[in-house]
Design a protein around this ligand. Sequence first.
Ligand SMILES: [Zn+2]
Ligand SMILES: [Zn+2]
Length: 354
Amino acid sequence: MQLYNNLSNEERAALIEQAGKDRLTISFYKYAKIGNPELLRNHLFINWNELDVLGRIYVAHEGINAQLSVPADNFEAFKKHLDSITFLENVRLNIAVEHDNFAFLKLKVKVRNKIVADGLNDDTFDVTNKGVHVDAEKFNELIEDPDTVLVDMRNHYESEIGHFKNAITPDVDTFRESLDLIEEDLREHKEDKKLVMYCTGGIRCEKASAYYKHKGFKNVFQLEGGIINYVRQIEDKGLENKFIGKNFVFDQRRSERISEDVIANCHQCGEPADLHTNCANEACHLLFIQCDSCKEKMDNCCSTNCQEIIKLPYEEQKELRKGQGNSNDIFKKGRADHLPYKKDLRNIFETLKK
Ligand SMILES: [Zn+2]
Ligand SMILES: [Zn+2]
């Protein structure tokens, strides 16, 4: 029985192409008590591998978080299998707007301590005491309310290319930082304001809303299913779209376009652009925004230094990397002193304190 797949990305891509099937990009999550994550992990791998499902799935004692690519022809069988697992019966599936057959190239099911690395100690607050879940229609209404404070729970490189109109977009690298910043800045408004929050697929708000209620916020709301599900509802029900730009996603597509607005700028020349690039230098891999002309001029690199390195023979590049460890830039997504046009939004909260 094959529980792990050993094919390279190139081999996987070739296989997918041969199969010639359209794939759906799907994500879902569920918080639930799971006694034996390892057992669930194996069960999912065996069954989904048979259905040619690809993606990245985290299983933990606290639940499951899955980003998937499912062959359209196998969708019904996949759904049936999900429904056969008691705690996943009728789980809400977030189905992407734009599909890409190569969104994922492998099936990886991993057992983790948590399904989101949120940095929270769950024993210190009641994680089940969540905010009110609202659909797109109610969300649109709420965010027009003058008593609402709308907060984007994602990180700076996500909200930079797209967010809801009038949302506060904390300039943070991690979810944990964002929680404290927002609490600090809204300290005076725990009772009189409505705290409305959203994220990509809804999972981060599940914990955040419970955390804020624990911290004394009286009116906490969260967008059910996040931006992905919001966009679906906008289309299905003909509602007004209040999201501008692109939704950053965690697969090869990197983002999906929601409105035609380009709200970000190339970090190198400042021209309007909203496409993320990973620096081509393997020792750097900085994630940053690059326009097409800089991409060409810089050979997909973030700096002339990186550009010089990628021109060296591969063995020499490897030699250079020795002992360096991973560059910090990998974790400082889109932050580097040599990128002159990366917007610094760290003072955005000042606008709230009037
Ligand atoms: Zn540029
Ligand atoms: Zn670089």
